[in-house]
Design a protein around this ligand. Structure first.
Ligand code: HGA
Length: 610
């Protein structure tokens, strides 16, 4: 989603701003822009092309300066067009622009503010909600930008991270956040702002994570933060190491392919040489929390939601604790019956997913104080907000369609299942040893599934000409079928739906014809015989089956039935292995259709707006 970079320095900071935007590019955006202070005035370059082209345009425009802000925009209000791209300027009538501003998030009361500001003479150039903030800062400005921004944010409803600077105070950038991430990068006689520390890799590794309600004043050798009450606050400075190498594509065609093939490493790293199961893997005090709870409420969105649904099968079967899984954006707006003894588990790759963060806060406001997050970013808001956490070690995930983040989430959730079972004396030493053995072997088992790529590519060529597909699974493989369908629709734009196979005859069978491929996840588990009957229902209607079977199941290819065999059945961890071929099928189908695999249309990475 949108990205922010800002800087106040004594050198030309254009390269820092452009490089920062490049590092945030993978999140998806539709336009970008940079504004700088130069020769006594504000100047900007904006583009609906890629950041690389913006860089060229900046060079042509001879734009340079010591103070500036930059942005990648993923439109929420107003079409993706140059006039809606950030930075937005605000000028008083017949004057040159005085305020430049970039914004991530959504201002909910923008219409009312717009009417008010138009009433006092401000002229709007865009359809964005953002532009009202720029004019409001200008309206409230009386010589002190920091003061004006503090007054401005008191009038805003919604979510925002902003960076703003003023022509009349050129050695100052002011930032503020509420519900959208923003960090300060501390430099040597220069300071920076960014929506993610990743943007500042190579510039500074000294990072301050701002909290909701904070407003920060950045000057050359001063970082001053006030909280939502206007009180001066100290926030810790962290030294972060950001592996810039992870952004290299290496021998792969796309980041998604690279990330699919990184899964043995990512899952292995997530298991971190764990010798045995203990609740403390989730943080100090986890044992007490796990003892105190009587149910689990999982809150998540998209792919993470499917990880949560899989975990429900594991936790209820192994730890015997009732689990509810809710889509975060729905949960926060519905009347629910809160259980203070529930463990609230949030799942988010970035730890900044706006819907999930809001759902977490909502659960807490209902009196549920036991919170745990499974997250890929140790420094994220989600980890800071939760009592307990497990950090997956997927590494930076650049492809918008999540792959290694999903399988590492599943790995972490399986560990959580075992820790919960142990706390309830439902895990014998022998069972623990057996599960640990399977977990340790998991990276190698994933490697064996990845070797099926050539066979899956052959299927993908056939899928490329389809417009619809059905995915079937049963039991704990039903959420994997949903994830497979989501992957296919996200990147190949083929309409795909998933059903628990037993539901076929209750409706979707009406869609089955020879032109509808039916992807079936067929592990050798207790439901296999039932599943085979469901497959017959498809065949009897002329439907074409594409079956991912386990090596030790007796399903063979026949007319209208194509079978790819995975290694032998992998027990409770089978959903992780069965995810891999579905990722490869989606990936190669998208390649065959020539879509933009890493940046699918209309989608963005780390969804930081509601
Ligand atoms: N609402 C603003 C910013 C959108 C955003 O943060 N996207 O991630 C706009 O539409 O320009």
């Amino acid at each position: 989603m949108c990205g922010i970079v800002g800087a106040v320095a004594q050198r030309d900071i254009t390269p820092v701003l452009v490089e920062g935007l490049k590092r945030l590019e993978y999140r998806g955006y539709d336009s970008c822009g940079v504004a700088l202070y130069a020769d006594g005035e504000l100047r900007r370059t904006r583009s609906t092309q890629r950041v690389a082209e913006l860089g060229e345009q900046i060079a042509q425009d001879k734009l340079s300066g010591f103070t500036g802000i930059a942005h990648t925009r993923w439109a929420t209000h107003g079409a993706p067009a140059t006039h809606n791209a950030h930075p937005h300027f605000s000028a008083l009538a017949n004057e040159k622009p005085r305020i430049a501003l970039v914004h991530n998030g959504i201002i909910e009361n923008y219409e009312e503010l717009r009417t008010e500001l138009e009433g006092v003479g401000f002229v709007f150039e865009s359809q964005t909600d953002t532009e009202v903030i720029a004019h409001l800062v200008n309206h409230l400005y009386s010589g002190d930008l920091f003061e004006a921004v503090q007054q401005t944010v008191r009038r805003l409803l919604g979510a925002y991270a902003i960076a703003v600077f003023c022509r009349d105070e050129p050695h100052r950038v002011v930032g503020a956040r509420q519900g959208s991430p923003l960090v300060v990068g501390v430099g040597n006689n220069e300071n920076f702002l960014a929506s993610d520390a990743l943007a500042l890799a190579g510039t500074t590794d000294k990072i301050i994570y701002l909290e909701d309600g904070d407003v920060v004043d950045l000057q050359l050798s001063r970082v001053w933060i006030v909280d939502s009450e206007g009180k001066s606050v100290e926030r810790d400075t962290h030294t972060v190491s950001i592996a810039s190498g992870s952004a290299e594509l290496g021998p792969y065609r796309h980041y998604m392919q690279k990330e699919i093939f990184e899964q043995p490493r990512a899952v292995g790293d997530t298991l971190q040489d764990i010798e045995s199961i203990t609740p403390e893997l989730f943080g100090d005090g986890a044992y007490k929390v796990f003892k105190a709870i009587d149910s689990v409420l999982i809150l998540a969105c998209g792919t993470s939601y499917y990880a949560g649904l899989t975990a429900k099968y594991w936790i209820e079967s192994i730890a015997k604790i009732p689990v509810a899984v809710e889509i975060a954006s729905e949960y926060r707006y519905r009347d629910s019956v809160p259980n203070p003894k529930s463990l609230v588990v949030t799942i988010s790759q970035s730890g900044e997913t706006a819907d999930t963060l809001a759902a977490l806060k909502h659960a807490r406001s209902l009196g549920m104080s036991h919170t745990l997050t499974v997250c890929n970013v140790a420094t994220s808001a989600m980890v800071r907000e939760c009592e307990l956490s497990y950090i997956t070690r997927a590494g930076v995930e650049i492809g918008v369609a999540s792959t290694k983040a999903f399988t590492t989430q599943l790995t972490a959730l399986f560990l959580l299942t075992l820790a919960l079972a142990q706390t309830r004396d439902l895990l014998t030493e022998a069972e623990e040893a057996e599960h640990m053995k399977a977990l340790r072997h998991l990276p190698a088992a994933i490697g064996a599934v990845l070797a099926l790529e050539p066979q899956i590519m052959a299927w993908a060529d056939r899928f490329a000409s389809k417009e619809n597909a059905l995915f079937l699974g049963r039991g704990m493989h039903y959420p994997i079928a949903m994830e497979g369908a989501l992957k296919l629709k996200e990147i190949s734009y083929i309409h795909a739906e998933a059903y628990p196979a037993g539901e076929l005859k209750h409706g979707p069978l009406a869609l089955v014809t020879a032109s509808m491929p039916v992807v079936t996840i067929a592990p050798r588990d207790a439901l296999l015989e039932k599943l085979k009957s469901n497959m017959q229902e498809v065949r009897a209607r002329g439907g074409e089956l594409y079956v991912f079977a386990d090596g030790d199941s007796k399903i063979s290819s026949a007319e209208g039935m194509h079978v790819i065999r995975l290694p032998e059945h992998y027990g409770k961890l089978s959903p992780i292995l069965h995810t891999i071929p579905l990722q490869l099928l989606a990936y190669h189908t998208a390649c065959a259709r020539g879509t933009d695999v890493d940046k699918p249309r209309n989608l963005a990475k780390s969804v930081t707006v509601e």
